[in-house]
Design a protein around this ligand. Structure first.
Ligand code: HEC
Ligand code: HEC
Length: 300
């Protein structure tokens, strides 16, 4: 039984993964999707794969500030972790893509990512005997845009990870977290009030906010790009904090290098600009409290 008493304000309910009716849970499809995810065949010059920017050993993120696409062209945004991505209600940092299936078309076509298009990518898969046969075996049909995005999304939904020290601790193993991390957790749910946005076992409420990160690229308007509302300028999706110990650097633009820097930024109430959410306030944490908060983040 989850123990809610230590971290007051933490909802310990684990979410249930939902599959869309037109892409049911299917191990063979997920395994085809996994092969496609790590195969550069999908990029225009067969040079990079989804896995080039979403590396398993780095929580399906990378340690680059922004990731180079085909030809080394740099995008504007930091590659997010895809762990537990199947639980997200919408995708991208402005929340503009409603399903994992649709999201596949974004990197496939983006000039700073795979610089390809789905029609040609599918043609290429069908010219490849191995893929042609695998699609026939799994779906009883040759590759198509419809099936390609479903196989990839089916694989992405398998990236469930609830095995962090944090999980063991809230499920009752009192030894799973160090005393330092427990104190940090109490700050997270108490004095530092991180739970206002980073709630539940996914450590996000899937809301949108500006958390006081410095505006480095003033042309990346964030959620305003989607809504055209000036109140959404520089507002980004609240990310899950799972595996943040291995997904540095941080924020939509990768502009914050370490977890200690993240905590320092929150402690000062963010960099000084008017877009910062009203819930972000100077925290007045001591040196040891800041270290405790980092220890907690490292256990997620
Ligand atoms: C060149 C690097 C690169 C490649 C290649 C790439 N991605 Fe990404 N991916 C990113 C970046 C950067 C973002 C964040 C974009 C944004 O929010 O605007 C992202 C975002 C995502 C998201 C949204 C996650 C979220 O939290 O909203 C998913 C899902 C995803 N990628 C899956 C894929 C799949 C599947 C492929 C292959 C078909 C792929 N990516 C290829 C860099 C890449
Ligand atoms: C008002 C909502 C809000 C509060 C409160 C908040 N955050 Fe965040 N947090 C965000 C948003 C939004 C982002 C993403 C910002 C961006 O992409 O530029 C973020 C990003 C982060 C990241 C980087 C994650 C990544 O993968 O890039 C960490 C770590 C983090 N927050 C930890 C904390 C901690 C620790 C606290 C408490 C001291 C806290 N947050 C309080 C909204 C919030």
């Amino acid at each position: 039984m989850p123990d809610e008493s230590v971290f007051e304000g933490l909802n310990t309910t684990y979410p249930v993964l939902e599959y869309p009716a037109d892409n049911p849970n299917n191990a063979a499809a997920a395994s085809l999707g996994e092969r496609l995810f790590f195969d550069p065949i999908l990029s225009v010059d067969s040079s990079i794969s989804c896995g080039s920017c979403h590396k398993p050993e780095l929580g399906f993120a990378t340690n680059d500030r922004v990731t180079p696409g085909v030809g080394g062209v740099l995008g504007k945004r930091n590659s997010p972790s895809l762990l537990n991505v199947g639980f997200q209600p919408y995708f991208m940092r402005e929340g503009g893509v409603p399903s994992l299936e649709m999201q596949v078309l974004v990197p496939l076509g983006d000039a700073t990512e795979m610089a390809h298009n789905v029609v040609d990518a599918v043609r290429r898969l069908n010219r490849n005997t191995g893929y042609r046969n695998e699609f026939l075996t799994v779906y009883g049909d040759t590759a198509s845009a419809f099936l390609l995005v479903r196989a990839l999304a089916n694989f992405e939904r398998t990236l469930v990870d609830f095995d962090a020290p944090f999980d063991h601790f809230i499920q009752g193993d009192a030894t799973a977290l160090s005393n330092e991390a427990i104190k940090g957790g109490k700050l997270f749910y108490g004095k530092a009030a991180c739970v206002q946005c980073h709630s539940g076992v996914l450590l996000t409420d899937f809301g949108f906010a500006n958390n006081g990160t410095a505006i480095v690229d003033s042309t990346d308007y964030g959620r305003e790009l989607l809504t055209n509302e000036s109140s959404d300028r520089y507002v980004f999706k609240v990310p899950s904090l799972r595996k943040v110990q291995i997904t540095a650097p941080y924020m939509h633009d990768g502009s914050v290098s370490t977890l200690a820097d993240v905590v320092e930024q929150y402690n000062t109430g963010g960099t000084n600009h008017s877009y910062t959410d009203s819930r972000i306030e100077p925290l007045g944490l001591s040196v040891s409290e800041k270290a405790q908060l980092v220890a907690f983040l490292e256990a997620l």
